[in-house]
Design a protein around this ligand. Structure first.
Ligand code: DC
Length: 230
């Protein structure tokens, strides 16, 4: 009998390695991988480029009018990795920078933005066989997902990982303190916002990976997957 295809929902705090484990699992089991944070980041880049963000204020009426014009897609590049495209342009690099990171929580807290993104995410996962990571996948996007994981690690550990990542990408200006402040501020906004605040679904498995290696967390997740498709 062919193996059952399921939905895997991975949620958790920012920079806790969710996408690393989600990507590795998707590759291993031949499922599609969707990074929903990249979608909110792409909308944020769009807002920044059109001057819709002033300090911590987003021009919501203007953004609402623009929503139908924002098309976000994922395309696999030559290295076999998935890049984020915004209206026909590869924006993978730009959406990972500090400018977008500093504003993304403002944009992702807006109800009509979430509604539009959630509808797209549900369409992408209609046929199951998908690993999706974000903040509200197990609670809002796919409440019926067969495997739900909520990942966390201490803010210090997460900032260290993010700092290393930025440095490896050639960013020599951002300090560790700035990264830590950004991680803590995003945690605060993500968990206290009115629209779909970050929370662990009642039926999600909790994984604190502060002291796990990438290999250890990958094995753990793969085993949980196997239990659900057998
Ligand atoms: O996972 P990330 O750091 O790339 O996510 C960027 C931001 O988008 C983060 O601050 C929270 C928000 N987000 C969200 O609200 N819902 C999701 N499903 C994914 C991300």
């Amino acid at each position: 009998m062919a193996q059952k295809r399921i939905t895997v929902a991975i949620d958790g705090h920012s920079s806790c390695g969710k996408s690393t484990m989600a990507k590795a699992l998707a590759k291993r089991i031949g499922y599609a991988y969707i990074d929903t944070g990249a979608m909110y980041r792409a909308v944020t880049l769009y807002c920044l480029e059109l001057g819709m963000i002033d300090g911590d204020k987003v021009n919501k009426p203007r953004l609402r009018r623009h929503m139908p014009k924002i098309e976000i897609t994922f395309k696999v590049n030559e290295e076999g990795k998935s890049d984020t495209w915004l209206n026909g342009r590869n924006v993978e690099k730009e959406i990972r920078g500090m400018e977008v990171s500093n504003k993304v929580s403002l944009v992702s807290a807006i109800g009509f933005v979430r509604k539009a993104m959630v509808a797209q995410q549900q369409a992408m996962g209609r046929n199951k066989g998908i690993v999706m990571d974000g903040r509200d996948i197990g609670t809002v996007v796919f409440p019926d997902a067969e495997l739900k994981v909520f990942v966390t690690a201490s803010a210090q550990v997460r900032a260290e990982r993010r700092f290393k990542e930025l440095q490896s990408k050639g960013d020599t200006t951002t300090t560790f303190e700035e990264v830590l402040a950004n991680v803590e501020e995003r945690d605060r906004i993500d968990s206290t916002r009115k629209e779909s605040p970050l929370r662990q679904a009642d039926d999600a498995l909790l994984l604190d990976n502060s002291s796990l290696s990438i290999e250890q967390q990958d094995e753990w997740l793969y085993n949980e997957f196997l239990k659900r498709v057998k």
